[in-house]
Design a protein around this ligand. Structure first.
Ligand code: SF4
Length: 84
């Protein structure tokens, strides 16, 4: 990968969003990755090196597993538990 074409290395991008703490940060990171020409290689490198967390190639990894959504921290609301 050439760093100059990696959207996440822009000085205008907060690197913290690639380790999202909430769904909004995850969406922002995915939006940036969507503009990047290196998504496949980025995710492949992350998986090959055993990277456990963060957004790589637009995919969220948590504890080494691909997860679809970022759950907010803390306990789920009772209304959310009842709906599940
Ligand atoms: S796909 Fe990888 S290299 Fe490209 S913007 Fe996302 S995290 Fe950065």
């Amino acid at each position: 990968m050439t760093q100059t074409t990696m959207a996440c290395t822009s000085s205008h991008v907060d690197p913290e969003i690639f380790f999202p703490g909430d769904p909004e940060q995850l969406a922002a990171a995915r939006a940036i990755c969507a503009t990047c020409p290196h998504t496949r290689q980025c995710l492949a490198d992350a998986l090959a090196t055993g990277t456990s967390d963060g957004v790589w190639g637009g995919v969220l990894l948590e504890r080494g597993a691909v997860v679809a959504v970022k759950r907010p921290t803390g306990r789920p609301r009772k209304s959310a538990q009842a709906a599940a």
